[in-house]
Design a protein around this ligand. Structure first.
Ligand SMILES: *[C@@H]1O[C@H](CO)[C@@H](O)[C@H](O)[C@H]1NC(C)=O
Ligand SMILES: *[C@@H]1O[C@H](CO)[C@@H](O)[C@H](O)[C@H]1NC(C)=O
Ligand SMILES: *[C@@H]1O[C@H](CO)[C@@H](O)[C@H](O)[C@H]1NC(C)=O
Ligand SMILES: *[C@@H]1O[C@H](CO)[C@@H](O)[C@H](O)[C@H]1NC(C)=O
Ligand SMILES: *[C@@H]1O[C@H](CO)[C@@H](O)[C@H](O)[C@H]1NC(C)=O
Ligand SMILES: *[C@@H]1O[C@H](CO)[C@@H](O)[C@H](O)[C@H]1NC(C)=O
Ligand SMILES: *[C@@H]1O[C@H](CO)[C@@H](O)[C@H](O)[C@H]1NC(C)=O
Ligand SMILES: *[C@@H]1O[C@H](CO)[C@@H](O)[C@H](O)[C@H]1NC(C)=O
Ligand SMILES: *[C@@H]1O[C@H](CO)[C@@H](O)[C@H](O)[C@H]1NC(C)=O
Length: 547
């Protein structure tokens, strides 16, 4: 990759000529698409670069504070672009970030990186160390893997002493990451927490090899083996099917596949795990709706056309921006800050995309015949049994749900706002997507999905149970006010079951209503309680007809 940057430019010009007039299905456009993603995400981040400080300003425009992780993602894009003083700025950012890395070996956050350079000292009386709050353990992986991509792809651009500094930083980061044990000190890093666990195994394996630390190398292999054992149970990631984290896991598996030798279990299994992950994602993708059907273990939105998912960036590099679930103005979408990972996705696309099966590529462009998908995923120690997943996809309606029996509410990430165990989406006449999602309030759910229905039961429920469905707002020309199912655009829903038929509808809006938005999405809250003193198992059946 010695001539990487001129390679981009040359190839882009070439590809534009060659591909003029042919559509994405008929020509290999990975390089063109990936170059487009690189340029668009970099153009956007350029506006946030603070040249005085050598950091990116916070993408939330938070009173001119800065952001460490986005700065590093920007820096790898600077190396890939390599124009004007790009390389000089990239090196500056890297040095700034490492200079501020945590160096106290006794602290739980040793080897981690600051969230932002203005932050007070983590672990002081006034700024207590609160995991996932004042410090984020996953940033070792996010920032560390970005350093590895820099060292692997652009070594000729980085001065020798800076490379050594990066390796020292990576070593500390990997040691610090080894402090993480699920269930200890409020940490939740189990092998089933797919996205950071895949990054952890990789960092340990890669840094161990680079520094000749065989313990570190072996630790990486052993951790990877646990991830692989979980995966090969049914060829699914434990952290299943979410636009954001499936994208991170695919990124991290690409590091396994591309940078680990065949003698490593990561090098051995990585490529097949990428193929298998895409196979199930492709079977759950509805190209008419430009959405992956539910269930989603961890989603940051309810319609991929309206929030920016990392998976959508990968789809962009596969089929082009127009065909991907990406708005023409990505930075106006929900969860837009993830656009900052664009350079990394772009740089790895030429390799990663060779592992995407042809069937999957075709299902990203056009919807095949209606079909069921049945599979399972397993997240110990939260799941008693594997979660059983069923989805039915038809041209204008998808229904997807999972049965589970867990020791927590809100899925393995213990977050009801991101765990979406039962979802339906439909196409509306204006082309936009309607959706509903069961709000997760129970530890156990049994589901039955058919061609036009969704049945849900709470096996451990009782007369106090309720089913809350978050229902998306209508389209631009649709009714602004919703009092019942008749007002929901694009679908007719008939409800039956042991629930009381007197349901409540409230609104959770950006500027008012009964509650707050979830993941930046406004919604109507349809809640069904049980008849008083009911002794039946709480269950509800929704029948759908797209109209
Ligand atoms: C697309 O091009 C890349 C690099 O030129 C190549 O490795 C890859 O196999 C091609 N993909 C397809 C589907 O032809
Ligand atoms: C290092 O961290 C430990 C554990 O949190 C703490 O007791 C100690 O005071 C810290 N040392 C310094 C120099 O901050
Ligand atoms: C790595 O950690 C050691 C303490 O173990 C510290 O002395 C050193 O400065 C750290 N290196 C970097 C790059 O932070
Ligand atoms: C690791 O070992 C190799 C081969 O013995 C050697 O070339 C290399 O310099 C060593 N690297 C480090 C960081 O010690
Ligand atoms: C590897 O682990 C062994 C046993 O714990 C220890 O004796 C050795 O010093 C370690 N090696 C390195 C390079 O850390
Ligand atoms: C799906 O909706 C489109 C309009 O968006 C319509 O033309 C088509 O007939 C519908 N397909 C089915 C199977 O209902
Ligand atoms: C999923 O299906 C398997 C096989 O039928 C069953 O053993 C398991 O209990 C089911 N899981 C749940 C959560 O219902
Ligand atoms: C009904 O379920 C709720 C939630 O699990 C529980 O708190 C409550 O004690 C149960 N009530 C009865 C009568 O079992
Ligand atoms: C849905 O509405 C019910 C009241 O009808 C309320 O108690 C509940 O908190 C709401 N749920 C959400 C997720 O907003």
């Amino acid at each position: 990759m010695g001539l990487f940057s001129s390679f981009w430019v040359t190839f882009t010009l070439l590809a534009l000529q060659v591909c003029a007039g042919c559509n994405a299905a008929t020509c290999n456009d990975t390089e063109t698409f990936a170059a487009g993603l690189l340029h668009e995400s970099m153009d956007w981040m350029d506006m946030y670069y603070d040249n005085a400080r050598g950091y990116l300003f916070s993408l939330n425009a938070a009173a001119l504070t800065h952001d460490t992780r986005a700065s590093v993602w920007y820096a790898v894009g600077l190396l890939a672009r390599n124009k004007a003083d790009d390389v000089e700025q990239a090196v500056r950012i890297v040095k700034n970030v490492i200079w501020a890395q945590f160096t106290n070996e006794s602290a739980q956050w040793f080897g981690d990186y600051q969230i932002y350079p203005e932050e007070p000292t983590v672990g002081t009386e006034q700024y207590p160390a609160v995991i996932y709050n004042s410090w984020d353990p996953n940033w070792r992986g996010f920032i560390g893997t970005t350093f590895v991509v820099m060292l692997e792809e652009f070594p000729q651009l980085i001065p020798r002493d800076v490379q050594d500094y990066m390796l020292e930083s990576l070593y500390n980061s990997t040691i610090g990451d080894s402090y993480r044990v699920g269930g200890v000190d409020d940490d939740n890093l189990y092998p089933a927490y797919s996205n950071p666990s895949i990054m952890r195994a990789f960092m340990s394996g890669w840094v161990g090899r680079r520094t000749n630390d065989s313990n570190m190398t072996v630790a990486g292999e052993q951790y990877a083996k646990q991830i692989i054992d979980l995966f090969t149970r049914e060829n699914t990631l434990s952290e299943f099917n979410s636009g954001t984290y499936a994208g991170v896991s695919l990124f991290a598996l690409t590091l396994w596949a591309k940078y680990m030798p065949g003698s490593s279990v990561m090098g051995e299994y990585g490529p097949q795990m990428i193929r298998d992950t895409w196979t199930v994602l492709g079977s759950l993708y509805n190209a008419n709706l430009k959405n992956v059907a539910g269930p989603w273990d961890r989603a940051y939105g309810f319609d991929m056309n309206r929030y920016l998912s990392i998976l959508a960036l990968q789809i962009w590099t596969l089929v082009g921006k127009e065909a991907a679930p990406i708005n023409s103005k990505p930075y106006a979408m929900g969860h837009k800050n993830d656009f900052a990972i664009g350079p990394l996705i772009s740089i790895l696309a030429p390799y990663h995309n060779t592992l995407v099966p042809a069937n999957t590529l075709s299902s990203l462009l056009s919807f095949p015949d209606s079909h069921f998908v049945r599979t399972s995923a397993f997240s110990p120690p939260y799941d008693t049994y594997p979660r059983n997943i069923t989805a039915y996809l038809s041209p204008n309606l998808t229904i997807g749900a999972e049965s589970f029996s867990e020791n927590v509410v809100g899925g393995p990430s213990i977050n009801s706002r991101s765990f979406n165990p039962a979802v339906a989406q439909w196409k509306r006449s204006d082309g936009s997507v309607g959706w509903l999602s069961l709000y997760a309030e129970v530890q156990a759910l049994d589901v039955h999905v058919g061609e036009d229905f969704l049945e849900l039961a709470y096996p451990r429920g009782n007369a106090t149970s309720r089913f809350t469905f978050l229902v998306g707002t209508n389209g631009w020309y649709g009714k602004r006010d919703v009092g019942g199912w008749d007002d929901v655009e694009g679908v007719q829903v008939a409800v039956s079951g042991s629930v009381s038929m007197n349901y409540m509808v409230t609104f959770s809006g950006l500027h008012g209503g009964a509650g707050e938005v979830i993941n930046e999405f406004e919604f109507w809250n349809f809640t069904y309680g049980m008849p008083e003193e009911s002794s039946e198992v709480p269950h509800v059946r929704l029948e759908f007809e797209v109209v």
